[in-house]
Design a protein around this ligand. Structure first.
Ligand SMILES: Nc1nc2c(c(=O)[nH]1)N[C@H]1C(S)=C(S)[C@@H](COP(=O)(O)OP(=O)(O)OC[C@H]3O[C@@H](n4cnc5c(=O)[nH]c(N)nc54)[C@H](O)[C@@H]3O)O[C@H]1N2
Ligand SMILES: Nc1nc2c(c(=O)[nH]1)N[C@H]1C(S)=C(S)[C@@H](COP(=O)(O)OP(=O)(O)OC[C@H]3O[C@@H](n4cnc5c(=O)[nH]c(N)nc54)[C@H](O)[C@@H]3O)O[C@H]1N2
Ligand code: SF4
Ligand SMILES: [Mo]
Length: 743
């Protein structure tokens, strides 16, 4: 007998609602949920393969514990005993900073990854925190922190209503969008064109997204900040600045004008390889459009001037009056956001409150660069202890971070490592304990992170589609037990973690004059929480205290978990609306247009004007049927064009005497790899492209299908020293490489 169950797809940022077909405890099919208030039936090949991803026979079913050098199946009790002993031994012997924490991308796609890591960080008190953010969007957080005082206040292009979209370094036709949660991004771009709007794409490759555009600018990698600065220059020079209703909220417009004075379209033309007239046209069109949005993603972040480029994206939206207005770029308001406080001066955003031990990288948002993880483990200094134990959750930095070989060695030398991961892969193979979460069908889902980045305000929750298999442990419980083991409370009831958070949050809320529960009794409120489990009660609490919440009875028609459960296809909360000045948390209470750290970094951008490009540079690419490093084990999603080949322009191939399909050695600062050449004019001259997440050929892993066609690890070409200095973000695009023809 088959049945259907609703489940939000966790496989990318688009968060599509799926209707799963379930036979017994197995997911045998997935289609788009037409009644989903947000995705309205959209699905992509990854979502359609949900059953295969979920039911992968290589997923681990029981914990593994290392004994006599080998990882063996163990009970949960044995596993957590080993975690408690391993972590506490290091904390007690060397202090909290000698325990490192690495949080990977899928944490933003799970309830467990949203609710528990903050408690783990606070409980352990370590400064050795590394996440996928510093190989991704940290520049955007830093620019938002500096402009708005809140690193998580990220404006999202109003895709459904804009008249003009300037998209840089993003390929949503393959990625389905990022920092812009929009099911059916391709359909939304087509709709933009159908309503007479225009799409411009800036990308060194003629991507599927670029093919859809009215105009494609094949910029030289790593130079977006120059192009954007020149556009800002043109807006000032040609008197096109019109900040509209933003004007009273802005600080530093004159200083900004002076700061971009040197960046004329003529001055940046050679570096960007974009003609001055084209840059002027981009600026004029942006200013002339009734509404417009500039949107930058991976290709604008993972570059030497990632923070400046991210800042300039917002600066252009501001100078044209498009920030915070419908059709422009707006701040979403998610259902689990904190109760909005009245506008006014706040605490602001600080960078570099501490530094990494070895290379003295400044922290950003409480994190150190993932690029520095290996040296923080393998290098002793006088300043303090190296990292001796590591907690890795949903991360595979051996493939996703620079210089995997060095990190691989460093992980092998740790006193203790625990991985929360469904696979034994390139990273988790070094763990002393592997704690495998259940597959997504057995987990609840709510998009805590992506709802704050969505193009429409909405809220959805899926309970597990399938009950937990015997012997499985919910990932929320795995995290709760891990927190207890790491903080000296091993053996306590895991619900203690949720009770603690609920007690603290409600305790603060009742004392907060702006909270709907001000003056009430925290314990009584805790008793009112609905939900089957600790995490559900926490979600109920967040919804009820949130901007649309019932305020525990104050607004009886407001949101709660009970209300959400009554709407299995979700609740629509309306289009994005203007919100300024409320989201601002700067010290001035204004948008600070030219923050000091940005001003201090501009001379480095000026130097880039003078750099003579020579030699080939490497960039990445994504494929629709892949996702970072962990989906190459699903036969339905591999093969075809989803392959690890080096794209090269025909003229560059000719110059080097390369023929299609030939293996070529690629050499970078961190090492060399060999991949087959794929000659294509979709990549511009002077640029080669290799996808990331491949390199599944290390011994001791258990991903049988991936190992058959392993590909190579592009990040081996990096040595970890190339960073955007403000954010600590790795430079993954525009990296100098040499090619060596192989017979
Ligand atoms: N050269 C280059 N490198 C890049 C990038 C690039 O564009 N170019 N992109 C970067 C970006 S944007 C990112 S986000 C990072 C991603 O890098 P990582 O954060 O390392 O993420 P993944 O490679 O996706 O690996 C995810 C890990 O989580 C595990 N996992 C999957 N599902 C779950 C789950 O439900 N629970 C748990 N606990 N674990 C799970 C997988 O088995 C895998 O081990 O890579 C970065 N690296
Ligand atoms: N299918 C699939 N979907 C995914 C993922 C995946 O691995 N596969 N990963 C997910 C994750 S973790 C993320 S962060 C998002 C990322 O989402 P996107 O940012 O849309 O990612 P990409 O598809 O890598 O697009 C980046 C584009 O930047 C271009 N580029 C490279 N260098 C430069 C440059 O210097 N300037 C400019 N202007 N462009 C440049 C590249 O050619 C590429 O087309 O995708 C998510 N969705
Ligand atoms: S677009 Fe993303 S969320 Fe939607 S079905 Fe595909 S992988 Fe899942
Ligand atoms: Mo990412």
């Amino acid at each position: 007998m088959s049945r259907t169950a609703l489940r939000i797809c966790p496989l990318c940022e688009a968060t599509c609602g799926l209707t799963l077909t379930v036979e017994g405890v197995r997911v045998t099919g997935a289609r788009g949920d037409r009644d989903d208030v947000f995705s309205k039936g959209f699905i992509c090949p990854k979502g359609a393969s949900f059953g295969a991803v979920d039911g992968d026979p290589d997923r681990l079913r029981t914990p593994l514990v290392r004994r006599d050098g080998e990882l063996r199946e163990a009970t949960w009790e044995e596993a957590f005993d080993a975690v408690a002993a391993g972590l506490r031994g290091v904390v007690d012997g060397y202090g909290a900073n000698s325990v490192g924490i690495v949080l990977g991308n899928p944490n933003v796609h799970t309830v467990a990854g949203a609710l528990y890591p903050p408690v783990l960080l606070a409980g352990l008190g370590t400064r050795s925190v590394f996440t996928a953010s510093t190989v991704d969007q940290m520049p955007k957080h830093v620019s938002s922190g500096l402009l708005y005082g809140d690193a998580n206040a990220i404006p999202v292009p109003d895709l459904d209503h804009t008249d003009h979209l300037l998209l840089l370094g993003a390929n949503p036709l393959e990625s389905n969008g990022s920092l812009c949660t929009a099911p059916d991004f391709p359909g939304k771009l087509k709709a933009l064109k159908a309503r007479g709007g225009t799409l411009t794409v800036v990308d060194p490759r003629r991507t599927r997204t670029a093919k859809l555009a009215d105009r494609h600018i094949a910029i030289r990698p790593g130079t977006d900040a120059l192009l954007l600065a020149a556009m800002a220059h043109v807006l000032f020079e040609e008197d096109l600045v019109d900040t509209g209703e933003l004007a009273p909220h802005l600080l530093g417009l004159d200083e900004l004008r002076a700061a971009v004075r040197d960046f004329t379209p003529e001055a940046v033309a050679a570096a960007c390889d974009v003609e001055a007239e084209a840059t002027r046209a981009l600026a004029r069109e942006l200013a002339a459009a009734p509404t417009a949005a500039v949107y930058g993603r991976i290709g604008s972040c993972t570059v030497p001037h990632g923070t400046l480029a991210s800042w300039l994206v917002d600066v252009l939206n501001i100078l044209t009056g498009n920030l915070d207005r419908p059709g422009g770029a707006l701040f979403p308001q998610a259902a689990t956001d904190r109760t909005p406080r009245p506008a006014g001066p706040s605490h602001g955003f600080s960078l570099g409150r501490w530094h990494s031990r070895v290379s003295r990288h400044p922290e950003a948002k409480g994190e150190l660069p993932l690029s520095a993880l290996a040296e923080e483990i393998d290098t002793a200094t006088a300043e303090g202890e190296p990292i001796r134990a590591l907690v890795v959750a949903a991360a595979n930095p051996v493939l996703s971070a620079p210089d995997g070989d060095r990190l691989d060695k460093a992980l092998g030398a740790l006193d203790f490592m625990v991985s929360v991961d469904p696979y034994l892969n390139e990273t988790s193979r070094h763990a002393h304990v592997v704690l495998p979460p259940p597959p997504p069908s057995q987990s609840p889902h709510h998009d805590f992170a992506f709802n704050t980045l969505a193009v429409r305000n909405q809220v959805r929750f899926s309970r597990p589609a399938v009950p937990l298999e015997p012997g499985r442990m919910a990932e929320t419980e795995i995290f709760a037990r891990l927190i207890l083991a790491a903080t000296g409370m091993h053996g306590a009831d895991p619900s203690a973690v949720d009770d603690l958070v609920i007690g603290q949050t409600l305790g603060k809320a009742v004392k907060d004059a702006h909270s709907p529960v001000h003056g009430r009794d925290a314990q009584e409120l805790a008793g009112l929480l609905a939900g089957d489990s600790g995490p559900e009660r926490r979600l109920d609490m967040m919804l009820r205290l949130g901007p649309y919440g019932d305020g525990f009875g104050v607004r009886p028609d407001g949101l709660s978990l009970t209300e959400l459960l009554a709407h299995p296809h979700g609740i629509d909360l309306g289009p994005l609306r203007s919100r300024l000045p409320q989201p601002l948390k700067t010290r001035s209470g204004k948008v600070e247009l030219l923050p000091q750290p940005i001003a201090d970094d501009l001379p480095r951008l000026r130097e880039a004007l003078l750099r003579e490009p020579d030699g080939l540079v490497l960039i990445g690419r994504r494929h629709l049927r892949s996702n970072n490093s962990w989906m190459h084990n699903v036969p339905a999603l591999t093969g075809g064009t989803n392959r690890c080949t080096l794209h090269i322009h025909p003229e560059d191939a000719d110059g080097l005497g390369l023929v299609d399909g030939q293996p070529v050695g690629i050499k970078g600062a961190g090492g060399a790899v060999t991949a087959p050449v794929e000659i294509t004019d979709t990549v511009r001259r002077g640029v080669v492209s290799l996808p990331h997440g491949w390199g599944h050929d290390r011994p001791g892993t258990r991903m049988r299908h991936a190992a058959q066609d392993p590909g190579v690890n592009v990040n081996q070409l990096l040595d970890g020293t190339l960073l955007d200095p403000l954010s600590g973000n790795a430079v993954l695009n525009g990296v100098p490489v040499e090619l060596i023809a192989r017979p």
